[in-house]
Design a binder for this molecule. Structure first.
Ligand code: ZN
Length: 288
């Protein structure tokens, strides 16, 4: 088998892995906000018939059954195949990003792919749950900080070099600075402006993102992109519907973080060429 064929076999595996994780995430986002157990497996939301393994193939089963339950015919939300397809695509794109050729198929690059495809999966859950329930779960924020730092430390131990090769100290610093900066904004909004809108969940989310991205330029650029995106969407919503009010912050921040993981170096060079000056200022401020 040629080197390119070997790479495609691994890339296809990353897609299948992502689809299966997406299938699991569907169960997570349905049950976790309600504190329901993750076992047993999937069942039809209408007739409660357990889903047979052959009807539980990501994306394909939904298409084959035309979005209906095999037993009672109740419609099954397109949310299921969409979350699966999204998570699968992100795992594949992460593979393209972290294992760009057959020469990088080794434990170090595999670890980088695992760490960052897991991060992208967490961001899918964050976005969905925040849009739907206006909460950020601890499982997808503060509880993920230590696993993130351990993941980065594992990449360090395996000698990973390449895109996004943080040191574990940067990971710790990212969590502290991300959570700390957001906590400062939270208290300012709450006690100075005396309005709600920013939740404690957003503080924990920033700590988690900081642990995966490091403070500079990772978290800084992700938040910058997320803020621009959130402002544009917020303005559009105001113009189109005439409604004011805060939008959930999780989804735009998650999109900013995902864009950074997959294309941060390109975006940084092309869209924010002047960011080097900001980074130098931040580094100067941080180093006192
Ligand atoms: Zn049914």
């Amino acid at each position: 088998m040629s080197g390119e064929a070997v790479w495609w076999v691994f890339a296809a595996f990353s897609l299948v892995w992502g689809l299966v994780i997406g299938s699991f995430l569907n169960v997570v986002i349905l049950r976790m906000p309600e504190d329901r157990s993750l076992i047993p497996g999937s069942a039809c939301p209408s007739c409660r018939t357990p889903v047979a393994p052959y009807d539980n193939v990501p994306v394909l089963s939904w298409l084959a059954l035309r979005g209906r339950c095999r037993h009672c015919g109740a419609p099954i939300s397109p949310q299921y195949p969409l979350i699966e397809a999204l998570t699968g695509s992100l795992a594949f794109l992460a593979f393209v990003r972290f294992v760009p050729s057959v020469f990088e198929i080794d434990p170090a690059h595999g670890a980088a792919w695992l760490v960052y495809s897991s991060f992208l999966s967490i961001l899918v859950v964050v976005s969905y749950v925040d849009l739907r329930h206006h909460i950020i779960l601890d499982e997808t924020s503060i509880y993920a900080v230590i696993p993130a730092i351990l993941g980065v430390a594992g990449m360090n131990a395996l000698g990973y070099t390449g895109w996004l090769d943080l040191g574990w100290r940067e990971s710790v610093l990212g969590a502290l600075l991300g959570g700390g900066a957001m906590a400062a904004v939270y208290f300012a909004v709450r006690f100075v402006l005396r309005t709600e809108g920013l939740g404690w969940g957003d503080v924990k989310l920033m700590a988690m993102m900081g642990a995966f991205l490091g403070p500079i330029p990772g978290l800084f650029l992700a938040v910058l992109m997320g803020s621009v995106l959130g402002s544009v969407v917020g303005l559009l919503k105001m113009v189109l519907t005439g409604q004011r009010g805060m939008l959930p912050m999780g989804p735009p921040l998650a999109v900013g973080a995902a864009l950074y993981v997959l294309y941060g170096d390109l975006i940084r060079a092309r869209v924010f060429p002047g960011i080097g000056a900001w980074e130098e200022l931040m580094i100067w401020l941080l180093s006192g």
